[in-house]
Write a protein of this length. Structure first.
Length: 210
């Protein structure tokens, strides 16, 4: 085959793949975790065999959606981590960016996080968490000068806390997004330690973020 034609075919396939992922996004935003391959194929105006040809199986589609979603989110969080006037501002920006992303794409988030753990996408979600924790640990180690092991422990704990709180918040909505940003930031900066102090709510020793 002519190299130029081969290149065009690859480019066209890539464009078509993105169009199919767009269709999957639309179905998932409408139907959430219950979205099926048949619904996605119908939305894209194709048959299921064509959808399978592009992604292999349902697991392949999960992986492609996970890579797309987590890649976009990682860029947003990296930008937040690198910005801000001071440590507290960076914490709030990062927490706000995460909550804003899962809120804007809440059905996609539910679709991915409530998938069968045996599907390949689950490993990509874990990889995203580890990459985010790694970025956070690097920032903590550099800014605070703490040992890498401590920075890593703090970073993984923070990622797990914010993720769990965000998951709860999407379902409960007992706080506004900004209220949750403040509550989580306060907790990271010592609110728990100071809650039982004689003054009532005075902050104790902080757990700063890089």
């Amino acid at each position: 085959m002519n190299p130029d034609r081969a290149g065009d075919a690859v480019a066209q396939r890539a464009v078509r793949r993105e169009e199919l992922l767009d269709a999957a996004d639309r179905v998932i935003c409408r139907d959430g975790p219950a979205a099926s391959m048949a619904q996605i194929a119908a939305e894209a105006g194709i048959t299921k065999p064509i959808l399978y040809r592009h992604f292999g199986d349902k697991g392949g589609l999960y992986v492609a959606l996970t890579e797309r979603y987590t890649g976009r989110l990682l860029v947003e969080l990296r930008t937040a981590l690198d910005s801000g006037q001071d440590r507290r501002d960076r914490v709030e920006r990062t927490v706000r960016a995460y909550l804003g992303s899962i809120d804007a794409d809440r059905e996609v988030y539910r679709f991915l996080t409530r998938s069968d753990e045996g599907l390949p996408a689950h490993s990509h979600v874990l990889s995203f968490r580890r990459r985010l924790a790694g970025l956070l640990a690097d920032g903590i180690a550099v800014e605070l000068g703490v040992p890498a092991s401590r920075a890593s422990a703090w970073a993984h704990g923070i990622v797990g806390m914010v993720e769990s709180a965000g998951d709860w918040w999407l379902e409960s909505r007992t706080l506004t997004r900004e209220e949750l940003v403040t509550e989580l930031s306060d907790l990271l900066f010592g609110a728990y330690a100071g809650a039982g102090s004689p003054s009532g709510t005075g902050p104790g020793p902080s757990l700063p973020l890089g």
